[in-house]
Design a protein around this ligand. Structure first.
Ligand SMILES: C[S@@+](CC[C@H](N)C(=O)[O-])C[C@H]1O[C@@H](n2cnc3c(N)ncnc32)[C@H](O)[C@@H]1O
Length: 209
């Protein structure tokens, strides 16, 4: 098993640049907790592996995860990013512009995820990243499987729920919801499951058919 030092090494292996660091600071200031660098590097890597042209992000925050995704996507790819908070979306747009991404590469949709996701096209996406309301994640999973093409990837942030998921004495609603989600991803025959111990944990599935 990896030691804390090795996990730290993995976390810092692909460091954030100044734009990501500034976006992280803004995210923390407004309470939109950004993903950690190890998670960002994994998202960027996965977007490259699936040659992503169309990605959905649920929970834009101030643009940290979105920027990692954009950097892994094809140069003609479009990021569709959903968030209920207009101020967070404004800051995410600022982050993407600072990094040099044209507005035509980004579709920011304001609204609640469960109102917006059903409007997106079946099988039209290469990747879905979910980082919003944990207790809605099971519904995001249903929508994600519908949205993904065969070979597409769904990823959920905060799979460890601040280290509570692996501790059976913890039974708060978010932890219970995350455990239930992990069980569904693991047992869904349409998905190949994985947990990555980077940042606060990523739960992922590749759509097989
Ligand atoms: C943890 S932050 C996302 C951080 C972002 N992924 C990043 O790495 O920078 C969660 C975001 O989800 C948004 N959010 C929370 N509940 C939502 C919902 N039901 N529908 C859409 N967005 C939601 C919040 O406004 C917040 O910006």
């Amino acid at each position: 098993m990896a030691t804390p030092a090795s996990l730290e090494y993995a976390e810092e292996f692909v460091p954030e640049d100044d734009i990501l660091r500034a976006a992280r600071r803004r995210g923390i200031e407004v309470g939109a907790r950004p993903i950690l660098p190890g998670c960002g590097a994994a998202l960027c890597f996965l977007a490259t592996v699936v040659n992503a042209r169309s990605v959905v992000e649920v929970g834009a925050g101030c643009g940290v995860s979105g920027l990692w995704l954009l950097r892994g996507m094809r140069p003609d790819g479009t990021l569709t990013s959903v968030d209920v908070e207009p101020e967070h979306q404004r800051m995410a747009r600022q982050t993407f512009a600072q990094a040099g991404f044209s507005g035509s590469r980004i579709r920011l949709i304001g609204g609640r995820a469960l109102d917006v996701l059903p409007r997106l096209a079946d099988g039209g996406y290469d990747m879905v990243f979910c980082d919003a309301a944990v207790q809605e994640y099971i519904d995001y999973l249903t929508e994600s499987v519908r949205l993904l093409r065969k070979g597409g990837v769904v990823v959920f942030a905060d799979a460890f729920c601040d280290d509570r998921v692996a501790d059976p004495t913890q039974r708060d609603p978010d932890t219970v919801a995350m455990r239930e989600l992990a069980k569904l991803v693991k047992n869904d025959e349409r998905l190949r499951p994985l947990v990555l111990p980077l940042g606060s944990g990523l739960l992922a599935g590749v759509k097989l058919s």
